[in-house]
Design a protein around this ligand. Structure first.
Ligand SMILES: Nc1ncnc2c1ncn2[C@@H]1O[C@H](COP(=O)(O)OP(=O)(O)OP(=O)(O)O)[C@@H](O)[C@H]1O
Ligand SMILES: [Mg+2]
Length: 205
């Protein structure tokens, strides 16, 4: 049996990191082996691309460059880590995947859907997650939480308007796809975790 790919999505500070631990616990309790991934990143080359994407360059970074770097990193992770793990029957829990590019580069940076689709086809060739949990948070609250953790990186400094467009696109995409569940991440953390646990348990049974 092949494994399942579960992805956690949401803006900075939505609470993805702690939710991933909850998902992992539920899945491993059922006896499945599971690995974690993060995007961009998760292989040596993809981690180097992550650093590159977040770095504050002394030159302007074009939206198309940012987009292509995201998909280059995703391709490395898919081919070297995600697909081999799934083929072995392992479960993969992803901190972000393709929905992030659709929301950030498509919604936030307003890149045309046809440009995105061409890259998605090249990178993913129809591959998609089995289940995605989108943690929905107000951008101002998310950035406040993220700031509590330390300095903001290049993308996190994109401004509130950018994150409002990104959230709007996330919500549109989540509402139009049965495999994406929206979780209200404005709730206290214990409530968010309870909702996530129930959603994963329902998916497993
Ligand atoms: N529901 C919540 N209520 C209040 N604080 C929260 C909630 N969820 C997470 N936090 C806190 O907000 C901060 C950011 O959370 P976390 O790092 O999990 O977000 P993230 O989605 O992984 O962000 P990033 O995309 O930047 O990695 C942490 O300090 C965390 O404890
Ligand atoms: Mg995180």
């Amino acid at each position: 049996m092949t494994g399942k790919f579960i992805v956690i999505e949401g803006l900075e500070g939505a609470g993805k990191s702690s939710v991933i631990d909850v998902v992992k616990r539920v899945v491993t309790d059922r006896g499945y082996t599971c690995i974690n991934t993060r995007e961009p990143g998760g292989t040596p080359m993809a981690e180097a691309i992550r650093e590159c994407v977040k770095h504050e360059w002394q030159e302007s970074v074009s939206e198309e460059t940012e987009l292509m770097l995201m998909y280059a990193a995703r391709r490395q992770l898919l081919v070297n880590v995600i697909q081999p793990a799934l083929a072995k029957g392992h479960w993969v829990i992803g901190d972000r995947h393709d929905l992030s590019s659709l929301a950030y580069q498509g919604g936030g940076r307003q890149i045309d859907a046809d440009k995105l689709d061409a890259l998605r086809q090249l990178c993913l060739q129809g591959f998609r997650p089995d289940l995605t949990l989108y943690l929905d948070v107000d951008p101002a609250e998310g950035l406040k939480r993220a700031r509590g953790r330390g300095e903001l990186d290049r993308i996190e400094k994109s401004g509130l308007g950018f994150f409002e467009r990104t959230r709007e696109r996330y919500l549109q995409l989540a509402n139009s796809d049965d495999r994406v569940h929206t979780v209200d991440a404005m709730q206290p953390m214990n409530k968010v975790h309870e909702t996530v646990r129930k959603t994963i348990e329902a998916y497993l049974s």
